[in-house]
Write a protein of this length. Structure first.
Length: 255
């Protein structure tokens, strides 16, 4: 019960959205990866390329079926986050103000703190067992999980916390060899979901970039061909645009 849920990502981007102005068409050096752009509001956001290993997404009982994963630094540790993106529209939900968390500690973590193939099946069973136990007894639902630093952190939201301890004990009953911590917090604003689990703009770029790579691989692309990458950037002020032009030219780009 002593564990704390508050996990803070490093280098979160600013939320202020500058107005779009005239942009530049930039031709850059060739790279051996894929890149694309996504529009958010009036801005075009560049998606940095990079091949990320993928894992299959299991179908599950949840509030929505819009689950996805991404990698980030959480408390200066490498972390894999798997989150229900579909509940963003309902957040914060005043009917489910209680954050409930369960941390399960690995037997065989990888050197980087993530889970190894040795435990993947057992961890999947633990997740299902906890989700079923908490859902059936206290109407809690899984909002997301974080895998980091030798453990898997499960985060649920529920109308209340009464009965939580007993539900967790039932969920972990089949796994007596695993150590775990659990706790609760009144999170009316859903800070854990919105501020930690839910992807930042930069995280969204990584997610969408991975989706593009997956589609290319699905259609037979081996990701070996070098491609010329085009970037678009928009600015609110002439001065900042000039600074950008000077900076990218120094790095070998053509504007």
């Amino acid at each position: 019960m002593g564990a704390t849920p508050w996990r803070f990502k490093s280098s979160r981007p600013h939320s202020r959205k500058p107005r779009a102005s005239r942009g530049f068409f930039v031709s850059g050096p060739t790279v051996d990866s894929v890149i694309f752009l996504t529009r958010q509001g009036q801005r075009l956001i560049l998606v940095a390329a990079g091949v990320i290993s993928t894992v299959p997404l299991r179908e599950r009982d949840s509030v929505s079926d819009q689950w996805d994963f991404y990698f980030a630094n959480v408390n200066e540790k490498l972390a894999s986050l798997f989150v229900d993106l579909g509940i963003r529209e309902m957040a914060p939900d005043a009917d489910n103000p209680w954050l409930l968390w369960v941390w399960v500690y690995f037997h065989h973590p990888r050197d980087d703190g993530l889970s190894s193939s040795q435990e993947v099946d057992t961890l999947s069973e633990i997740e299902d067992s906890l989700t079923n136990a908490l859902g059936s007894s206290i109407d809690a639902f899984l909002a997301g999980r974080i895998t980091t630093d030798g453990r898997r952190e499960f985060y649920f939201y529920a109308p209340a916390f009464v009965g939580f301890d007993d539900a967790v004990a039932r969920g972990m009953e089949r796994f007596p060899d695993y150590k775990w911590d659990a706790g609760s917090h009144h999170d009316l604003e859903w800070n854990q979901y919105l501020g930690v689990l839910y992807p930042t703009r930069r995280d969204w770029q990584r997610i969408k970039n991975r989706h593009v790579i997956e589609q290319l691989q699905k259609h037979g692309d081996r990701l070996e061909k070098k491609r010329t990458v085009f970037h678009w950037a928009y600015f609110s002020h002439e001065a900042s645009r000039g600074q950008f032009v000077a900076g990218v030219k120094e790095r070998g780009y053509t504007v």
